[in-house]
Design a protein around this ligand. Structure first.
Ligand code: ZN
Length: 381
């Protein structure tokens, strides 16, 4: 199966090029050049009026269209994958909530099965699971249920690290056992984010020294920056090696704060996420998040008590929002929505770039940055 994309504007890793052609064969990008003849059997996609970018990669997303990672069913993941693809996403990490052990394990097993399914033309790939909790701090619970938060016990988490499905785990380093988990995760190639944490600056820096490489939804559910106690947020901003996930919905984080984080981290350390939940794509109304009731009004999801309950953001909107907030270039925005999140979870060997040898995961946008077409593994609807 061959495909040739005739690109008006093409986002390469560090620059934008005009009038390039991309040849795809068996789901892999083979060649990029100004002049490439289309093989006789190739599908030709005319994107001369459009912008061609690496497909978006969302490493922190709970659900959409009434489906949630914690449903632990193939149908839920497929519904999510289809919705995300329509918004330019080609790969994602279904993200769990803090919950009893057996619920988390059902979700891990379900994701593991989904990872080996053949690619569907209209669905983003399931790249692994992000465990958000349960080893996090009730003082920074956000919409995570505090009653299930617990110390990190190797008997519980070792099988998760060994599963091969877990790519990222969010922990609060000050929780009992969390520092050992951070060290254990390194041996299994599992990335660790600090999040839902009341860690001080020193505790956060110790977690990074032990191997944690990122912060979950930077600014949200973490100790803020005070000039005499810079907190977890100060450590994230000061440590150049650390990735900062950012919910770019203009609600969880003010655009000015998005701009500040971009100035601190740059496009190679800022990872745009949605943190979207199951009401995403359904408009306003009343929904459930786990066992909790959630009210969505004008796209903002809140628990009964008023706490933000995840977003209803999509990656294409996040892409537009980060450009509006920071004035960054298309190439930078593209990196923050694809290559950088992929690298933050160790999936950048074949994902996140339009380059020979990389998976043919591509999104095509119009001049207003709206999704025209999503190509997953070299196939498009
Ligand atoms: Zn969270």
């Amino acid at each position: 199966m061959r495909m040739l994309i005739d690109c008006g504007t093409l986002a390469l890793h560090d620059r934008i090029e005009r009038h390039r052609r991309v040849l795809i064969e068996d789901g892999v990008i083979r060649a990029i050049a100004a002049h490439l003849d289309a093989p006789a059997d190739a599908t030709v996609i005319d994107a001369r009026a459009h912008i061609v970018l690496p497909g978006f990669i969302d490493i922190h997303v709970h659900g959409a269209v009434d489906a949630d990672t914690m449903d632990a069913t193939p149908e839920a993941l497929l519904a999510m994958a289809r919705f995300f693809a329509a918004h330019g996403v080609t790969g994602f990490l279904p993200t769990t909530m803090t919950a009893p052990r057996e619920h988390i394990e059902a979700a891990i097993e379900n994701v593991k099965q989904a990872m080996v399914q053949p690619p569907a033309p209209d669905a983003a790939r399931v790249l692994g699971v992000h465990l958000e909790g349960p080893f996090i701090n009730p003082k920074q619970c956000g919409a995570q249920p505090a009653e299930f938060m617990r110390p990190a016990n190797p008997h519980e988490y070792r099988p998760w690290l060994e599963s091969g499905a877990v790519k990222l785990i969010t922990v609060a380093p000050e929780v009992d056992g969390a520092m050992r988990l951070i060290e254990d995760a390194q041996r299994f190639g599992v990335a660790v984010a600090i999040g839902h944490t009341d860690a001080t600056y020193d505790q956060a820096q110790a977690a990074f020294a032990a191997g944690a490489n990122q912060a979950t939804h930077t600014f949200n559910a973490m100790r803020g920056l005070h000039h005499r106690e810079p907190g977890a947020l100060g450590a994230v901003m000061a440590n150049d090696a650390v990735y900062g996930q950012l919910i770019c919905d203009n609600v969880h984080v003010h655009p000015a704060a998005m701009n500040i984080l971009h100035k601190c981290k740059g496009a190679d350390r800022l990872a745009v996420i949605t943190d979207a939940m199951e009401a995403t794509g359904l408009g306003d109304g009343e929904f459930t998040l786990g066992a909790q009731r959630v009210f969505v009004w004008e796209g903002v999801a809140r628990l009964e008590g008023g706490a933000l309950a995840g977003s209803t953001l999509t990656m294409d909107a996040a892409f537009r929002n980060i450009i509006a907030a920071t004035g960054c270039s298309l190439a930078e925005a593209s990196r923050m929505c694809s290559a950088t999140p992929a690298r933050a979870v160790g999936l950048d060997d074949r994902k996140g770039r339009i380059a020979p040898g990389y998976d043919a995961d591509i999104v095509i946008l119009d001049a207003d940055l709206r999704v025209v077409k999503t190509i997953v593994g070299g196939v498009s609807e």
